[in-house]
Structure formats: C-alpha cells, structure tokens
Design a protein around this ligand. Structure first.
Ligand code: GLV
Ligand code: MN
Ligand code: MN
Length: 421
C-alpha cells in the first residue's frame, strides 16, 4: 500500500461536508415541497435528472461510466498502476425512491461510494484493485415490480428483455420509459462479477437508534413475497341492494386487508404483512364496488414460514370468494428467498467499525436491497446507519449527519480492506 502525506490508509477519513452537499444536491431533484423528502419513481423525469447529476459527478472524478440494458450505471476507477483486468471492489445502491420517499434511502450508498473514491484520489492513495460505484435501476419496484429489478438483471436473475416488458402501475412500460429518459445502454447483462460488494444504507427501522448503536453489520435480508390481488364483484346501487345480495369487491378487499394483519399476528414476529395499495372501481360513494385491485407484501426471515404465510393468503382468498360471491385472481409481483450475507465480509464490517471506535451489532435487514442480489455472484454484505424514529419510505426519513459520515468512513475502510484481499 502507498502511504501519502504521512497518513496511513487506515487513518483516511471521508470529507463529511462534501458528502452532505452531494446528498442535499441530489435531494433537490424531485424534492417534495415543505419536507426533506423526495419523489423520484423509477424511470421518471426526476429519476433521469438524478441520474444525470450522479453521472456528471462520476465523470468529474474521472470514472469510466457504463450503462447496461436496464439502465444500471457503473462508474469504475482503475488507479494508476492497478491491473484493469482485476475484478473491482464494488459498492452502490439506488437513487430511485418511492413516490413519498426520503432523501437517504439508496442515495446514501451511491454518494458515499463516490465520496470513498474522491477521498482516495485526494489522498493520492491507490487501492490494490479497481473500485466501482453502481446506481442500480428501479430498486424500489414501487412503479414497476419487482423491487431490486436492476440488480436482479445485473446478476443474471432476470433477462433484460423480461424486465423491459414489465408494465407499471400507471400503464407505462419499462422499456419505453427507459428509452424516453435515455438510459437504455449497451453494456452487457449479466454484468461483470465484482471481487466483492458492500452497500451502505440507512437501517430504515428502529433497532440501532433504540439500542444507541452507530453501525449495523448486516448479516441477512428477509424473504419477500409480493402478490397483486384482483377481486371482481358486481357494482350495484348502494341504497337499494340488500346486504345479502351484494358481491362487494370493496368489502372483500377490506376483509383481506384485515385478515393479513391477523395473519402476521398469528405467525408472530418477524412476520410482517402489508396491504399498501387498494384501487377500487368505480370508487364512488353510492356504488357498490365492482372491482378491487390490491397488493399484499409478506416478509419473513425464514422461507418456510413465508411459504406458510402465502398458503394462508391463498386459503383466505378462497374463503372470501366463496363467502362474497366474488371472483379472485392473483399475480405474483415479486418473490425472493431470505439471503445470508458472506460471513467474512460481515465480520470485516463489524471489525472495521470496531477499529473506528464505533459501536456495532450484527442484524438482519427488514428491507430489500441490491446487495441481496449481488450476493448471488460475489461475497457481499451491508453497513447500516441509524434511522431517526425508525421512519423510512416517508419524507420525514432522517439520519444524523454524524452517522452518515461514520457509515461512509466504515465503507471506505471496508473497501480498502476488501481490495487488499
Ligand atoms: C425496497 O425498498 C423494499 O424493501 O420494499
Ligand atoms: Mn433502499
Ligand atoms: Mn426503499
């Protein structure tokens, strides 16, 4: 390793002000007025503008920027004297948000990656391998399912053509939207296999804050099951139709939503169940609803329990169809098994945080992340920083600047150590 200006590489720290400035600059794009939050659904104009800004920053740092067929943007730095054929240590995350999102979810991981490279460039320190920062497309899946679409394509878990053909909640299609924003590139999928992958992300839950711990060494990600349920009933007059004669899709949807809460209670933690979207038709005060389209999000760390939750969902759908005289169809939007991260990389995150005098604990992730896809092809893990009040997917999402900087310092040192292996 080179030693610059008398500073050991292990003493290098990122520039916190520069990181915070970039976070604030990106957060101006799609800013939700009167809040700290952002609205940059995947492949919208706001997503394009955010990408343009990050690509400019990558180019300013002299990175080689490639874009693949689903719009994943990879910025690679090959330091002088390093063999460009060596697999890079990769970091990254996403900059798309849910429609009512915060400014840190995903964005932190991408911008901290840039900050790691800028810090090393500034110090004149060359790691032993190339470093890469990736902006993965459509991590949220809120507009186009599934979530983690870009990283799933990157690792070869979904064909590009299949991803491009996905229809969104607003009737648009991935391929057309990607072309429209100018981010359908020519780099191959699956992408290059990194030497290792590590992602910095806010926790998005309450654990670290509650325990007063600065850094989470993420060991696993729970399994995810998304189902879209369409209930077809019969619209009729709200005043004249006796209750016993109704085929009320709105009632059936409400019963299902209530039942999902009960299901989570029956299975117990860490089972979670969410009905986050309900669309009624014709959605009028005096008309019994003819159709309901709703989503069910089920998650658990144990795939056997998650499968049992899915079975109970099916049982409930049959019961509702029979009781209400409605017909029900389902469509699987996402299904990912729980993921266990590489123990060596997890240990490295934990040890590095300790070396930086930061309190740390091992923990699972409740949210889905690009790192869970990368773990299919290379040793991977994640670094978590606390979230105020455990709030995320909400414009009020917040992480203290000190924690953003501490997490980025851990990322810097973990990437250096991975590059040295
Ligand atoms: C993605 O952010 C998810 O966990 O839903
Ligand atoms: Mn995220
Ligand atoms: Mn998210």
């Amino acid at each position: 390793m080179t030693v610059t200006d008398g500073i050991e590489p292990s003493e290098l720290r990122i520039d916190g002000d520069r990181l915070l400035q970039r976070l604030a600059g990106l957060a101006e794009i799609g800013a939700i007025a009167g809040t700290e939050g952002c609205s940059r659904l995947a492949f919208t104009d706001a997503d394009r503008d955010g990408r343009d800004l990050v690509v400019t920053w990558m180019q300013d740092l002299g990175l080689t920027v490639t874009i693949d067929g689903i719009g994943n943007v990879v910025g690679t730095w090959v330091p002088d004297g390093v063999d460009p054929a060596l697999a890079p240590v990769m970091t990254g995350s996403h900059i798309d948000t849910v429609a009512t999102g915060g400014r840190y979810d995903g964005n932190l991981g991408v911008l901290a990656g840039l900050e790691v490279i800028e810090t090393l460039l500034g110090a004149g320190h060359a790691p032993e391998r190339p470093l890469a920062v990736t902006v993965f497309s459509n991590e949220e899946g809120a507009r186009f399912p599934p979530d983690m679409m870009g990283s799933l394509v990157y690792v070869g878990g979904m064909a590009v053509e299949e991803a491009l053909a996905v229809d969104g909640i607003d009737g648009s299609r991935v391929g057309a939207e990607l072309d429209r924003i100018g981010y359908r590139g020519s780099a191959p999928s699956p992408g290059l296999t990194p030497h290792a992958f590590v992602e910095l992300h806010i926790e998005q839950g309450p654990v670290l804050e509650r325990e007063g711990i600065r850094i989470g060494a993420v060991e696993s990600v729970q399994g995810i099951s998304w189902t879209e349920v369409t209930i077809e009933g019969q619209s009729n007059h709200a005043g004249t139709t006796p209750m016993a004669l109704r085929h009320d899709a709105g009632y059936a949807a409400a019963r299902l939503a209530t039942r999902m809460r009960e299901l989570a209670t029956e299975l117990g933690p860490p089972q979670v169940a969410t009905v986050g979207a309900i669309d009624l038709h014709p959605n009028l005060v005096n008309v019994v609803a003819a159709r309901a389209v709703l989503t069910v999000d089920l998650r658990h760390t144990d795939d056997a329990v998650l499968t049992e939750a899915e079975r109970r969902l099916d049982v409930e759908l049959e019961a509702i169809a029979a009781a209400e005289g409605v017909s029900i169809s389902t469509r699987r939007l996402a299904r990912f098994e729980p993921v266990i991260f590489d123990p060596t990389v997890v240990g490295l995150v934990e040890a590095t945080a300790g070396d930086l005098d930061l309190s740390t604990r091992r923990m699972p992730s409740g949210a889905g992340h690009d790192a869970q896809m990368l773990s299919r092809i290379c040793p991977s893990a994640m670094i978590f920083t606390p979230s105020r009040d455990g709030i995320s997917h909400n414009p009020a999402e917040h992480t203290d600047p000190d924690d953003l900087v501490a997490g980025s310092d851990v990322l810097l040192q973990v990437m250096l150590r991975l590059a040295a292996r």
